[in-house]
Design a protein around this ligand. Structure first.
Ligand code: HEC
Length: 191
């Protein structure tokens, strides 16, 4: 048993490294600034309040194919409807989307950030004590290995509203589905 547990730990470590490496090192003007938080001058009147308590264990979110959604404005049906559109649709404000516990996209009101289709990107630290926001913002947010969220996600064809999944036009994540599923099932916040 102990050996099995150890192997699983290594697999998870390997997996989270690959997930966050991604090989996406595209640089742009915005990334020259040192500040990791907020850019694009989002309009504060269009802010949807997000705190560390906003984020929950993936099992408490709504599963859609391989990822999870919610809505911070109590419009879950609208978010699910957008996610289920066969030809894609804009996600409504308040939508929260996750593939793995540590990376999140939240949709703000129209006009909040034109460069990211009003999405805000988050990189979290998660543990059995909950979620800590490591980085949040629009065009400058990177994962801990330097992969720019927006550089990858903006490659999704316009009708998919920055949602990559598979076949939407993004470069694929260089890891097999079973490892993603394993990271999803081992969200420490669910304990
Ligand atoms: C190397 C490119 C790349 C980078 C960098 C990247 N992603 Fe992704 N992301 C993807 C791909 C591809 C998928 C779809 C994977 C799948 O469904 O198998 C995805 C899936 C997601 C999803 C689930 C919804 C969707 O688009 O399918 C969220 C949420 C997400 N990523 C957030 C982030 C955040 C936040 C960051 C930065 C901290 C980030 N990603 C960095 C490529 C990337």
């Amino acid at each position: 048993m102990a050996k099995h547990g150890y192997t699983k730990y290594i697999a998870l470590l390997f997996c989270s490294c690959l997930l966050t490496c991604g090989g996406c090192m595209i640089t742009n003007e915005d990334e020259k600034s040192p500040s990791p938080v907020q850019q694009d001058s989002p309009d504060p009147n269009k802010e949807i309040l997000v705190t560390e308590d906003t984020f929950v264990c993936l099992e408490k979110m709504h599963p859609v194919r391989g990822f999870f959604v919610g809505n911070l404005l109590d419009k879950l049906d609208d978010t699910v409807a957008a996610a289920m559109q066969p030809e894609g649709a804009p996600y409504p404000p308040g939508s929260i989307v996750q593939l793995i516990p540590t990376e999140v996209m939240i949709k703000h009101f129209k006009g909040w950030s034109t460069k990211t289709n009003d999405w805000e990107f988050f990189e979290l630290d998660v543990s059995d004590e909950g979620s800590k926001i490591k980085v949040r913002g629009t065009t400058r947010v990177k994962n801990k290995f330097g992969g720019s969220c927006v550089a990858c996600h903006q490659k999704a064809k316009p009708q998919w509203d920055f949602i990559c999944e598979e076949g939407h036009g993004c470069d694929p994540l260089p890891i097999p589905d079973f490892l993603i599923r394993s990271v999803q099932r081992n969200d420490p916040r669910c304990n």
